[in-house]
Design a protein around this ligand. Sequence first.
Ligand SMILES: [Zn+2]
Length: 159
Amino acid sequence: MKTLFTKEKSEAAATELKSKKRASLGRTYDLQSLYDRLNRLYFDSQLKLSIRWGKQNLVKARSNVLLGSYFDKSKEIVISRRLDNPRVPLYFLEHVIFHEMLHSVFPREKHRMHTEKFKKFERLHPDFDRAREWEKTSLKILFESNQISLFNSLMARIS
Ligand SMILES: [Zn+2]
């Protein structure tokens, strides 16, 4: 009886681990390994957060603002699935993850999410300038082309 119970328990744990893995493993990028690397490099592996791709959301896909979010209560980082794309450079995705990780270190002050301290630390990342530049020049194009293909796939399904 005892062994059966333990077996069921370990199977449940294995299933949970599997679904966690699936949630962070994208078609192009594996968020968990990127997070682990950043945690090691910049936070002495001290952060204990979970990370996953967001669910595909048609409504949100039309506005191009939200790239990532950090939820303090659940200690969870959620990254927009639109960034799971080979046209998104690794350094840009890392910059977004790094930004969300910083939110767990520097909590909001009153209504300010991005305090001076936060911004100062964010700029220490070696890819900060490159990532900001890519965001300005290429992110919009990427999302616009995503919307077109989304539209096409919807039309294909209808017709
Ligand atoms: Zn932020």
